[in-house]
Every structure is written in structure tokens, then in C-alpha cells.
Design a protein around this ligand. Structure first.
Ligand code: PEP
Ligand code: MN
Length: 344
């Protein structure tokens, strides 16, 4: 809350306002502007009627400036949230950014999934992604292997030690998916499925919340607020591009600035998915680099053992070889692995 004083307010009137605020166990910060004096009210609970303050002599206006996303806001929680996983992997703050890779969807060919998982492990990644419950634009497209897909992911984890990220579309599936996944993904289309967000807030697994295709940053943060306010503080945000009218060159438009904006206004970790943001293989590496430079805590990239025959999103999926080359570049940028000194 800020109190804007009239331009001719006397110092006695200012003192009275300050005393009023301090009596409520709140602190003040006085900013002397060129024409107006502004008094900022500092404290997390304002248990008084702001109209009382507005009615004091010399007060021109009282403005509430508290952001609507209270729990995800950096104002309420200045320190970065770091989401911790069972094997010591951490996402957020000053931790090294993570790489999350895997196919768009888990397919029948588990050998293909394992090929990607082994490559991911070899390149120092920590997470394997893959949809078992798929949100598809058309009801006639492949909808995912469901529990069988989850079992494949769990097998890949057993063999490689990679953590598993997979999407949950419905509150009814949370219990089943939680049995297999380490990080529960909310897809872009479900960013404002408030029942799902609340239910994910009532369980303990960390949540990866993707930005809706047409969501503003405020709506994105408010969606995260649903999860936090329902009891789960372990939320990782994911920028995945928003709708663009120019679909000729890019599937969506990657909002790289959103990464830096979110890091400024929220304490939650934020990663980037350049695959869905661009839909183009050649853009994955430069957009991953841009995202990491902007402050992303990780990138999530679609990789398929044979993109030409992928059931979903083959055009944007890197092959294993392409992924390895990109991972080398990103690892070097992150500073996780210095290939020049060969201290792998
Ligand atoms: C995905 O990551 O599998 C996916 C479907 O992406 P999005 O929800 O961002 O479209
Ligand atoms: Mn996909």
C-alpha cells in the first residue's frame, strides 16, 4: 500500500500519517518525489481500513499495490524457491540449470525410449520427459499409452537413474501418475484448469506448470498461486511460447523476456520449452541458449530416437545425435561440463 500526500501537505500532516501507520505495527518508507511525497507502507498484513488512512488531512490518495499472486510473489517470499528431488537434484535459485529431454509421447517402442534415456544420461541430463496421457488437438490423434507409458518411463528411470516428468490432464489420474512420476506436468492447455491445479496443490509431488498458449504473465502466476495456496510450494514454471499470428516460421512465439520478468517478480523456478515454443529443430539450440542467458533454470527439449516416424511432434524433435551436439553446447554454457578441459 502506498499513501500519496497532497503537494501542499504539511510536515505535521505527514507525521500524523506516519504515526497512524506505525501504530498498526507496520513500517513506513517515505519517498520525496519532485512534486509529491509518497509514503510506502511496509508489512505483510494491513489489518486496518485503508479509508481511515485516506481520510487523514493532507492525504490525496491511498493505493493498494500488493500483487494478486501473493504466495508466488517475490514480495512475500524474497528468497528463491529451490525444488528438491529425491536423488539430490535441485531446480531453482543459483543451482545449475537442468536439462529435461525425451520424446513428445511415450510410444510402443521402449527400446527407442531407452536409447533417448541413455543418451540423456550420458550428456549429464537429470530428467526424462514423455507423455503417457496426451492432450491432442484432434480426438483422432494418438492419445497416449496411459499406464503402460508410465511403466516404460519408470523402467527407463530404473536403468538410467533419470527422474521422470510426465503430464497429468485430469484430477482422476493424479494418484496413478504420482506412483511413477517425479515431476507432474500441467500442460499449456490445462494452465487454467483450476480443479486440477487445486488438486495438485493438495498432493506432495513437485509440479511443472506450463504457460497457457494465450496466457498473460499475470494469469500464469495466478495459476501457480492456485497450487501454492492449496498447500504445495514446489512449483516450477515453464515458458513454452504463446500464440502468434505468424505461424509460418514459428509454431508459437517464445517469450524469452518472460523468464527474466518472472525471475524478478516471483521466487519460483522457471524453465523453458523451446520445442513447443518454436516447433522447429533448428531453433532449439539458439532458443535454449537465449533462455539460459535470460536466467532460465533449465530447458526441456523433445528428443526422439527416430523423429521421422514419431507419433507426435516429430518435426520439432531432435534426433539423438542432434541432441548430443546441442547438449554439449548447453552444458558448456551452463558450466556443468568443460569439454575443452575434458573433466567430464
Ligand atoms: C508437452 O510438453 O508434452 C506438451 C503437450 O506441451 P504443451 O502443453 O506446452 O503444448
Ligand atoms: Mn510435443
Amino acid at each position: 500500500m502506498i499513501v500519496i500526500m497532497e503537494h501542499d501537505a504539511t510536515s505535521e500532516q505527514v507525521d500524523k500519517v506516519v504515526k497512524f501507520i506505525e501504530k498498526q505495527n507496520l513500517k513506513v518508507q517515505i519517498n520525496n518525489g519532485e512534486t509529491l511525497k509518497v509514503i510506502a507502507v511496509i508489512g505483510d498484513k494491513c489489518n486496518f481500513n485503508p479509508n481511515l488512512l485516506a481520510s487523514l488531512d493532507g492525504v490525496r490518495e491511498v493505493q493498494k499495490i500488493q500483487e494478486p499472486y501473493k504466495l508466488v510473489s517475490r514480495i512475500s517470499h524474497p528468497k528463491d524457491t529451490i525444488v528438491k528431488f529425491p536423488n539430490g537434484v535441485k531446480i531453482g535459485g543459483l543451482e545449475k540449470p537442468v536439462l529435461i529431454v525425451g520424446p513428445c509421447t511415450v510410444e510402443q517402442d521402449i527400446e527407442g525410449l531407452l536409447k533417448v534415456a541413455y543418451a540423456a544420461k550420458e550428456m549429464g541430463c537429470h530428467f526424462l520427459r514423455g507423455g503417457a496421457f496426451k492432450p491432442r488437438t484432434s480426438p483422432y490423434d494418438f492419445q497416449g499409452l496411459e499406464e503402460k507409458g508410465l511403466q516404460y518411463l519408470a523402467q527407463a528411470r530404473e536403468k538410467t537413474g533419470l527422474l521422470v516428468v510426465t503430464e497429468v490432464m485430469d484430477t482422476m489420474d493424479i494418484a496413478l501418475i504420482s506412483k511413477y512420476a517425479d515431476l507432474l506436468q500441467v500442460g499449456a492447455r490445462n494452465m487454467q484448469n483450476f480443479k486440477l491445479l487445486k488438486a495438485l496443490g493438495r498432493q506432495k509431488k513437485p509440479v511443472l506448470l506450463k504457460r497457457g498458449p494465450a496466457a498473460t504473465i499475470k494469469e500464469f502466476l495466478l495459476a501457480a498461486e492456485y497450487i501454492l495456496s492449496s498447500g504445495n510450494p514446489n512449483v516450477i514454471l515453464c515458458e513454452r511460447g504463446v500464440k502468434t499470428y505468424d505461424t509460418q516460421f514459428s509454431r508459437n512465439i517464445l517469450d524469452v523476456a518472460a523468464v527474466s520478468i518472472i525471475r524478478k517478480y516471483s521466487h519460483l523456478p522457471i524453465i523453458v520449452d523451446p520445442s513447443h515454443a518454436t516447433g522447429k529443430k533448428y531453433l532449439i539450440e539458439p532458443m535454449s541458449k537465449a533462455s539460459l542467458v535470460a536466467g532460465a533454470h533449465g530447458v526441456m527439449i523433445e528428443v526422439h530416437h527416430n523423429p521421422d516416424i514419431a507419433m507426435c511432434d516429430g518435426a520439432q524433435s531432435l534426433s539423438v545425435e542432434q541432441f548430443k551436439n546441442t547438449a554439449k553446447v548447453l552444458n558448456k554454457l551452463i558450466g556443468r561440463i568443460d569439454y575443452d578441459n575434458k573433466n567430464l
